[in-house]
Design a protein around this ligand. Sequence first.
Ligand code: CO
Length: 201
Amino acid sequence: MKNLSHLFEKNRVWAASIKERDPEFFSDLSKQQAPEILWIGCSDSRVPANQIIDLPPGEVFVHRNIANVVVHTDLNCLSVIHFAVDVLKVKHIIICGHYDCGGIRAAMEDMELGLIDNWLRHIKDVGRFHAEKLAVLDGQEKQDLLCELNVLEQVRNVSNTTIVKNARKNGAELSIHGWVYSIKNGILKDLCIDNTSCEES
Ligand code: CO
C-alpha cells in the first residue's frame, strides 16, 4: 500500500514557510479563533474556500457538502451555522456555489448515482421552484442558471433558520451573501442577493 509520506513532507515545508514569515503565527492561532466569515460551499476539490479568497488559517469557518445545500433538518450544517453565529459571532455568511458543479449537473440530467440521488433531490426541488425560468434555456445556460438559483435558495434557507432569525432579532450584524465561483477562470461573482452586501456590479 502506497503511503502518503509526501503529504507530511509538504505539510512540514508549508508550516516552516509560515513560521519563517511570522514566528508566532501558530502559537497565536492556537489560543483562539475569531473568524468573521462562515463559508458554506461545495465539496468539489476545485473550490477550496481559503485559497479562493486568499485568506490564511483562522479567517474562515467552513462547511462544505455536495452542491452547497442548506437543508432545514441537516444537523451537521445547522450545528456549524449555530456555532459560527452564536459562539464565534461571524459577521458574514457566504453561500458559494460554482459553475460546472457535478451535483447540479447530475440533478439536472436526472442521472442515477445511488445514495447521493436523495441528497440531490434538494437541487431538483430548486429546479421545480424555478421551472418557468429554466424551461426557456438549455445546455450550459440552463445549468449555470440552476447553479445560481441554487445559491439563491440556500441563502433563503440560511436566512430562515431559527439561528439567523434569532440572531438578527437580538441585533446581530449579519450579512448573508450568495456567490458563484467559476472553475474556468478562478473568478467569484456576487449574485447580490442580499441588497446590503453587493460586492461588485
Ligand atoms: Co459542486
